[in-house]
Design a protein around this ligand. Structure first.
Ligand code: TMP
Length: 216
């Protein structure tokens, strides 16, 4: 069953862990699953990710950033997402077009309509069937993300996590506005909870979603 599920949320919302857990669960049920992420997911897009997130590139202007996210997405959709859906697989993707609306639109204040057009171009008009928004307060998310950098002693992707608090607040509010505007597609998951509880919320939503799909 081809199905495209995206995960969204601010830094430190726990998406990556939850995607791994859901992947295990779905595979256990016999589904064929592809786990991927943006920016990245294939070699060319991973190289673009390296440019986008490297602290040396903090002078990058928002328009350049927007175009690089779009370029990475175009490659990723062509190489990974479209073929996987065509092969009837479930695709779990860590961030997708909503991230561009939230970060470059609400966060950087670039024109939303322009971003929507670019998203359509880059995604070949592929839209997620379901989007799980892991929502939590900025303070909690950023605290987790910074701790991860310290633990890993990895500073190569730290640029976004040092952004101003107001930027992350705008991104969070942006995500919530996107979710409110598309209640059919989005499910908001309370992510300031223990990991097992977040997983439970996600599994409930996935079960409901599959049931709704089957009864259509
Ligand atoms: P990650 O930490 O979830 O892997 O995401 C990398 C960063 O890229 C994160 O700060 C959000 C940012 N991002 C955008 O600003 N726009 C986008 O379109 C995408 C996909 C990610």
């Amino acid at each position: 069953m081809a199905c495209f599920i995206t995960f969204e949320g601010i830094e430190g919302s726990g998406k990556t862990t939850q995607i791994q857990l859901l992947d295990e669960q779905l595979r256990g049920q016999g589904h064929q699953v592809v786990v991927t992420r943006e920016p990245g997911g294939c070699q060319i897009a991973d190289r673009i990710r390296g440019i986008l997130l490297h602290p040396d590139n903090s002078a990058m202007v928002p328009r350049a950033e927007l175009l690089l996210y779009a370029a990475a997405r175009a490659q990723h959709v062509s190489e990974v997402i479209r073929p996987a859906l065509k092969a009837d697989k479930i695709v779990l993707c860590d961030r997708f077009t909503d991230a561009t609306l939230a970060y470059q639109g609400y966060g950087r204040e670039l024109d939303q309509e322009l971003i929507k057009q670019l998203n359509l171009l880059a995604s070949e008009e592929i839209r997620p069937d379901l989007t799980l928004l892991l929502d939590l307060p900025i303070e909690t998310g950023l605290g987790r993300a910074l701790q991860r950098e310290v633990d890993l002693q990895d500073n190569t992707e730290g640029r976004f996590e040092r952004e101003a608090f107001a930027f992350h607040q705008a991104v969070r509010n942006g995500y919530l506005a996107l979710a409110a505007a598309e209640v059919q597609r989005f499910r908001v998951i309370k992510a300031d909870r223990p990991q097992a509880e977040i997983q439970r919320q996600i599994l409930d939503q996935i079960e409901q979603f599959f049931q709704q799909r089957q009864s259509r």
